[in-house]
Ligand binder design. Structure first.
Ligand SMILES: [Zn+2]
Length: 463
């Protein structure tokens, strides 16, 4: 132990000796590097990072300089990093720099930046949502530096939805028409766009009401077409056109719940939605009365012809169009306010237009109207109990007399046979605006007992 201590002391003594001689210092030789950056062009970043020798890093302004000291003498790579994609370093990068002990090596680096493409929201057409169902829509933009920050600048999303990282998601908690402004920011710029999300209480209402804008266009066209042909209805038609011209009509229908939904069971046991909508709140009571009448009318028709309703919905557009029409599971009904019983009462036209889903022929449809309306109102299949037989309405047009021939046949062969004959004719097809074909007439004769066959045949020829 004592010897080891002695060796240590002599080593310290040697070191003191070495320092006390007159030679220049021989420690590690170092110098400095000054990096000067100049940037030209638009959309330059605030600055970059300088990396010396792959490890020492310093920040530098886009037009500035930085000095890195205590760099060992010799050659070092100096690299400018964190250069955004719209900028290019036009000088060597990395630059090789030789540092002399005690000296400062200058490096000049030049960067050229180009303008970002203009920032633009590319897709603000957001999908519709259904209350309580999952919702997800991503916002899209182009331009800027490629990274986007999104927010809502005015208005609000439907309850239950939120915006984060460019994604609108959640489960809507309310139905309506929601308008808001989206703002996107990128590299100090911003773009805003108006967007909207429509939400519906049910999937069935979404299917029914999503085409509203197209439907409104269609109804405008139809009413305009009616105008020259129906000068006596000019006031009614212009009233509809005025309603439909409101650019906020769709929003009002959705926000003021100008629609109704019921459910009905078809002959083949399907539960299907029955939906109605109307373009003015004053039409609500009349429309809701129509809605309440639709399921029974459909059931009466289905049972009579022995054919399930051929669609998975019953849709009624109430009050959008002057006049009435129907086909393909839907009916267009004029509202009670403007219709005011011009001929056939509104409530009897409901089964009439529904019947057109089964058959085009007007006389056959008028019979189905009389049958289904009276069955629902009186519960009776006997003509003597019925309260609506189209009265004098037949005189308005020659084709309207067919219904009387059909009522004659009905009384001769009875409801079951009549229903079977209708089913056969529906399957054959009976076009609108043409007399009943011989084959279709035969369907009635086939159902007639021999005793009345001649009378049925005679009546069928009048259809
Ligand atoms: Zn008709």
């Amino acid at each position: 132990m004592k010897r080891a201590s002695l060796v240590g002391i002599s080593a310290v003594a040697l070191l003191i000796l070495a320092c006390s001689d007159n030679d220049p210092p021989t420690g590690p030789a170092t110098g400095s590097i000054t990096v000067t950056v100049s940037t030209t062009g638009s959309d330059a970043p605030p600055g970059y990072t300088v990396v010396v020798g792959g490890s020492t890093t310093r920040s530098v302004d886009a037009n500035g300089s930085v000095t890195i000291s205590s760099v060992s003498s010799g050659a070092h790579p100096v690299e400018l990093t964190d250069v955004p994609a719209n900028c290019t370093v036009s000088t060597a990068n990395p630059a090789m720099v030789t540092v002399n002990a005690g000296g400062t090596a200058p490096v000049a680096m030049r960067v050229a930046c180009s303008a970002f493409p203009p920032l633009e929201v590319t897709d603000a057409a957001l999908p519709d949502g259904v209350v309580s169902s999952g919702y997800s829509a991503s916002l899209q933009a182009t331009g800027g530096d490629g990274s986007y920050e999104w927010s809502i600048s005015s208005g609000s999303l439907p309850g239950g939805l939120s915006l984060g990282n460019g994604l609108i998601s959640g489960r809507p908690s309310e139905a309506g028409y929601f308008v808001f402004r989206i703002i996107v920011q990128s590299a100090g710029r911003a773009d805003t766009i108006e967007a909207r999300i429509r939400t519906y209480e049910t999937e069935a209402l979404r299917g029914f009401l999503a085409p509203l804008p197209d439907q409104i266009e269609y109804f405008i066209r139809k009413n305009e077409e009616l105008l020259p042909r129906n000068p006596h209805l000019e006031t009614e038609i212009r009233g509809k056109l005025e309603l439909l011209a409101d650019p906020d009509l769709e929003a009002r229908i959705l926000n003021e719940r100008m629609y109704g939904e019921a459910l009905t069971n078809t002959l083949d046991g399907r539960g299907i939605p029955v939906l109605i909508t109307f373009p003015a709140d004053t039409m609500r009571p009349g429309a809701l009365e129509d809605l309440s009448r639709l399921p029974d009318a459909v059931a009466a028709l289905e049972t009579f012809v022995g054919m399930p309703w051929p669609y998975d919905f019953v849709h009624e557009w109430y009050g959008f169009k002057t006049g009435h029409s129907g086909a393909w599971g839907l009916i267009y009904m004029e509202d009670r306010g403007t219709y005011a019983e011009r001929g056939v009462p509104h409530n009897t036209i409901i089964p009439h237009e529904l019947a057109h889903t089964y058959i085009a022929h007007e006389g056959l449809t008028q019979f189905l109207e009389v049958y289904a309306y009276n069955l629902v109102e009186t519960g009776s299949v006997n003509v003597e109990d019925w309260i609506w037989l189209r009265g004098e309405y037949a005189s308005f047009a020659p084709e309207n007399t067919a219904v009387y021939a059909l009522l004659d046949i009905y009384q001769l062969i009875g409801p079951q046979s009549m229903g079977r004959a209708f089913k056969a004719i529906i399957e054959l097809g009976a076009p609108y605006g043409a007399p009943l074909s011989a084959a279709a007439q035969q369907a009635f004769i086939d159902e007639a007992p021999a005793s009345v066959a001649a009378q049925v045949s005679e009546a069928a020829a009048r259809i």
